[in-house]
Write a protein that binds this ligand. Structure first.
Ligand SMILES: Nc1ncnc2c1ncn2[C@@H]1O[C@H](COP(=O)(O)OP(=O)(O)O)[C@@H](O)[C@H]1O
Ligand code: SF4
Ligand SMILES: [Mg+2]
Length: 421
């Protein structure tokens, strides 16, 4: 087992404390703002987006989210019984299960991203198969989780999805429109609609800029606002992420890790996007702080009708925030299923091994600890047939020769395995 997964996927078992406790760091210098004071700015924010020409129907989005919340509540009992961890339920309580009829935000077909590795004299000496022929959909209002060992292609897939990098081949439809066919103005509008929360917002912001300047930067690129308008928007955004509006004049180093992540979230939602990619957005935070930031993200999702792709190597947290989860292995999506279904009935042997390897918090419900044998092969020369065959206990000659396709194994549960578990 390689580094990240060893430290994360199989070790993310510490209980997550209940939300609503003190703000991360608990510094009296940076006290938590009362949540109720955020309601008014959120309403104003939604109104603005609803009124935009060609804008997202904020009310529709909200009602979808509210319905979804109702659905999710039906699942809470099940989730509790299964996890054996009460503290995790503080996140599970607000998980979004999107109604099946929610429209598609992304439709991804055959997406591939290869990186040529240059040798002497500029010749290509190898090709890294970071993402290989991946197809999936993301529905409006849902949280689609992505898990897999380090190097499996999660970040690359995320970057290509939001157009930070060009795909080698394949199609991405965003709200029914193919991104590669859009003209410059359409693509600019689409990119504005897709934002990202970084793993380390401190590393990705200028330490000499105030928090207000950092949050306002997207306005300078995309919107012409007067200085007072910009200040008002920054203060609204700070309130929405649970920070004090007067902190706009402070610098990033004055904040804790969790507070900096809240600033990163404020910046990500500043342009009223429909979609937010969270790539290991909480992985670097303490477990109790993770819960608070995740709860904030879920609250914003419900209030603003956001859709998330949530990448994390901590399987527990992905389970509790995601409506559906995709499992990546060596550039391939090997399984996609509703979150609870994936954990209860994994169909791919890789997923089963990942789940079996999560340390079990309740000693009364002991599980066999199964670690995945061997190292993940090089993405420059992925194994033929099923890419997992070099590590799979159930592999046969067929697995070594014939690539399994991602097919429905029942009720919208997709798996790419010749001999599902
Ligand atoms: N810009 C790049 N150039 C070359 N190889 C890359 C680049 N970005 C990622 N890779 C490679 O692609 C594979 C997938 O990486 P990544 O998407 O970061 O995986 P993950 O996020 O699941 O850890 C890895 O082998 C990585 O080394
Ligand atoms: S296709 Fe074969 S090697 Fe791949 S996961 Fe299924 S049983 Fe294992
Ligand atoms: Mg990554």
């Amino acid at each position: 087992m390689t580094g990240e997964a060893g430290a994360g996927l199989f070790a993310a078992h510490k209980p997550i404390q209940s939300a609503g406790a003190r703000l991360e760091g608990g510094s009296s210098r940076h006290p938590q703002r009362e949540p109720s004071s955020e309601a008014a700015p959120a309403a104003a924010w939604n109104e603005r987006r609803g009124g935009e020409e060609g804008g997202f129907a904020g009310d529709d989005a909200r009602s979808d989210a509210e319905n979804a919340r109702g659905d999710a509540q039906g699942n809470i009992g099940n989730t509790r019984g299964h996890t054996g961890s009460d503290s995790l339920d503080s996140i599970g309580n607000t998980r979004t299960n999107t109604r099946h009829e929610a429209p598609l935000l992304f439709e991804v077909n055959g997406l591939t991203k290869h990186y040529p590795v240059k040798g002497a004299f500029g010749f290509t000496k190898a090709v890294i198969h970071a993402v290989d022929d991946v197809s999936f959909t993301v529905r409006q209002g849902e949280t689609f989780g992505l898990v897999g060992e380090s190097g499996s292609g999660k970040s690359t897939l995320g970057r290509v999805l939001i157009q930070l990098e060009q795909a080698t081949s394949g199609r991405i439809l965003f709200r029914g429109e193919e991104l590669s066919q859009m003209d410059a103005a359409q693509r600019r509008a689409a990119r504005r609609d897709m934002q990202m929360i970084f793993q380390d917002p401190y590393g990705s912001v200028n330490p000499r800029w105030t928090v207000g300047e950092t949050i306002a930067e997207p306005f300078a690129v995309h919107e012409r606002l007067s200085a007072p308008e910009r200040d008002t928007r920054v203060k609204e955004l700070l309130g929405m992420v649970g920070l004090k509006p007067e902190w706009a004049n402070r610098y990033p180093h004055e904040f804790s890790g969790g507070q900096r992540q809240r600033i990163g979230i404020a910046r990500a939602i500043a342009l009223r996007p429909r979609f937010v990619l969270a790539d290991e957005a909480v992985s670097a935070l303490d477990v109790s702080v993770q819960a608070q930031v995740v709860n904030l993200m879920q609250e914003l999702q419900h209030r603003l009708g956001l859709t998330y792709v949530f990448i994390a190597h901590g399987l527990n947290i992905v389970r509790h925030v995601s409506s559906r989860i995709g499992v990546m292995y060596l550039g391939k999506l090997v399984e996609i299923a509703p979150a609870d279904e994936l954990f209860r009935h994994p169909a791919h042997h890789y997923t089963a091994a990942l789940i079996a390897s999560i340390p079990w918090p309740d000693p009364a419900r002991k599980r066999e600890f199964i670690s995945i044998q061997g190292e993940i092969p090089s993405p420059a020369s992925p194994p033929a047939g099923c890419r997992f065959h070099t590590r799979c206990p159930a592999a046969t000659a067929r697995c070594r020769e014939q690539e399994p396709q991602l097919v429905d194994v029942g009720g919208g549960h997709l798996a790419a395995c010749h001999y599902p578990v």
